[in-house]
Design a protein around this ligand. Structure first.
Ligand code: SF4
Ligand code: SF4
Ligand code: SF4
Length: 360
């Protein structure tokens, strides 16, 4: 299934976080604690469910979603009331929970992606507690308990230090009984200084490490995906749900189409397509922005129009291309060889497009 078809309404629950990861791109800790407005959440949910009949909800955050567990519970209840108990819930989380949070999440969320930047010593290096300690034992304990209660996947961030150790993480997943791993490369920030960080990874090196780990994962029946390859199993000119657009409800009252544009003051302004009016209690949508977002397909992207892998790539992550180039219809040139390399080798291995099991 092309990733575009995986459409869930996303709620950014809070900016609050109980970790202090070295590379945190959301600068969660520099922000004041903000929480989702539940009146806005209700209006967005009603509109989305009524228009699409797609009862799928995703909890995400600029910090850690479960730091607003009461808000999650409220949205969960609203969604179940509106859908007659049919809603599927997904969450992306750091897995640092109290026993009560773990209990609730395990019993109420259908799929939980836990961030773990393995192997262990690598996770120790980056995913730190506010006092500077490691979060690894806590996270692994959560995974071990949660996997007996619900479906759990590992969200792996790949930096320079674990780029060539992705296979080790697959082995750790195997030992823990986890069947799904999804990774994302951490890149150097995009600014005029051209500054290099200790973690920013070269995308081609990441792809090489990924390919090796993907082969290893296949041998052990583990699904290992990333955002360069998640459309390879289908044929689609559109990259992901962002182009729907599928609503992402921000804490400051905006409707965004993408995880990257998580507040109204985002530099990725064209990805914001609506605003909550608390006095009128309604959401105003902006048709011009919606049209621009919906037009973002390989048919309208000059670099992609003739590309041999266009229907399996879909034009790259638009949040990333917008951030790097200032234009969501452009591509990041450095990514294309990595995408083509993976497409060629993964298909040579398989001899056909392989089935990827999404749980939605
Ligand atoms: S868990 Fe996420 S939001 Fe919190 S510090 Fe780490 S990367 Fe940032
Ligand atoms: S960050 Fe990329 S993959 Fe995620 S919603 Fe935005 S465009 Fe899609
Ligand atoms: S590989 Fe590059 S040029 Fe080809 S479709 Fe993807 S983003 Fe476009």
């Amino acid at each position: 299934m092309a990733h575009y078809n995986k459409k869930l309404i996303t709620f950014f629950m809070t900016t609050k976080c109980n970790l202090r990861c070295t590379y945190c791109i959301t600068s969660a800790t520099d922000r004041h604690d903000q929480f989702l407005d539940l009146d806005f959440a209700r209006a967005a949910l009603e509109e989305y469910f009524e228009r699409t009949g797609n009862y799928k909800v995703r909890f995400y955050a600029v910090g850690e979603p479960t730091q607003n567990l009461e808000g999650i519970k409220a949205v969960h209840q609203m969604a179940q009331e509106m859908s007659g108990g049919l809603t599927y819930f997904e969450m992306i989380s750091n897995g640092v929970y109290s026993p009560e949070t773990l209990e609730w999440v395990g019993n109420n969320v259908d799929r939980v992606w836990i961030s773990y930047d393995g192997p262990r010593d690598n996770n120790d290096r980056y995913r730190l507690t506010p006092s500077g300690g490691t979060s690894t034992e806590k996270v692994l304990d959560t995974i071990a308990k949660l996997k007996d209660m619900t479906s759990v996947g590992i969200g792996l961030t790949v930096s320079k230090t674990n780029c060539h150790r992705q296979t080790e993480v697959i082995d750790e997943a195997r030992e823990m009984g986890i069947k799904s791993v999804f990774s994302k490369a951490v890149l150097d920030p995009v600014d005029k200084t051209g500054e290099k960080t200790e973690w920013g990874v070269n995308i081609m090196e990441y792809a090489e490490g990924y390919l090796e780990a993907w082969r290893h994962a296949r041998q052990h029946g583990i699904s290992y995906l990333n955002d360069l390859v998640f459309n390879f199993d289908g044929r689609c000119p559109i990259y992901c749900r962002a182009c729907g657009p599928t609503p992402h409800i921000t804490m400051d009252g905006y409707v965004s189409s993408c995880d990257r544009a998580y507040s109204g003051d985002t530099p990725l302004q064209d990805l914001i397509y609506g605003k909550w009016d608390p006095e009128q209690r309604k959401i105003e949508y902006w048709p011009d922005r919606i049209r621009t977002i919906q037009g973002r397909s390989v048919y309208n992207m000059p670099e992609c129009r003739e590309c041999e892998v266009r229907y399996q790539c879909g034009g790259q992550c638009l949040g990333t291309t917008y951030q790097f180039t200032g234009d969501m219809y452009k591509v990041v040139d450095a990514f294309c060889p990595a995408i083509k390399y993976l497409h060629k080798h993964m298909n040579l291995d398989k001899g056909e497009y392989w089935p990827v099991e999404y749980e939605t």
